[in-house]
Each structure stands twice: as structure tokens, then as C-alpha cells.
Design a protein around this ligand. Structure first.
Ligand SMILES: [Zn+2]
Length: 67
């Protein structure tokens, strides 16, 4: 599964098991007020980033490499 983190002017694609994503809970396990998580998406092809935002893959979990 995949999640995207939407913050100020950016959207980052994560694997659900990524430590930064933590299945949409974030690293701290609490709500991060600087952005929000959207998901889960079953397939990366299903991911629809918010308009005007370029979706970047997370460098830690490398969602487009390690599937
Ligand atoms: Zn990640």
C-alpha cells in the first residue's frame, strides 16, 4: 500500500510501512499539523496527488523501486 504526504507545496509518495509514513500516522504516531496524509492507495497507479503538486518519491522507502 501507498500513502502520500501533502505539505506546503509538495506531495511525497511513501510505502505504508515506511517509518516516516507509519501507515498514515506519521513518524510520531500523531497528527502533524504542517501537512496531512492521504491514502491508503492499493496501487501506485491509483495515487492521485493534489492538483499543482509534483509527486516525489520518498528517498527512504523508495516506493517506486522496492515494490
Ligand atoms: Zn517513505
Amino acid at each position: 500500500m501507498f500513502w502520500i504526504y501533502v505539505g506546503k507545496g509538495k506531495a511525497v509518495l511513501h510505502m505504508a510501512r515506511c517509518e516516516d509514513c507509519n501507515f498514515g500516522l506519521g513518524k510520531s504516531g500523531s497528527v502533524d499539523l504542517s501537512g496531512k496524509w492521504e491514502g491508503p492507495f492499493e496501487l501506485v497507479e491509483d495515487v492521485r496527488p493534489p492538483q499543482e503538486l509534483k509527486l516525489k518519491p520518498c528517498p527512504k522507502c523508495q516506493p517506486l523501486v522496492d515494490r
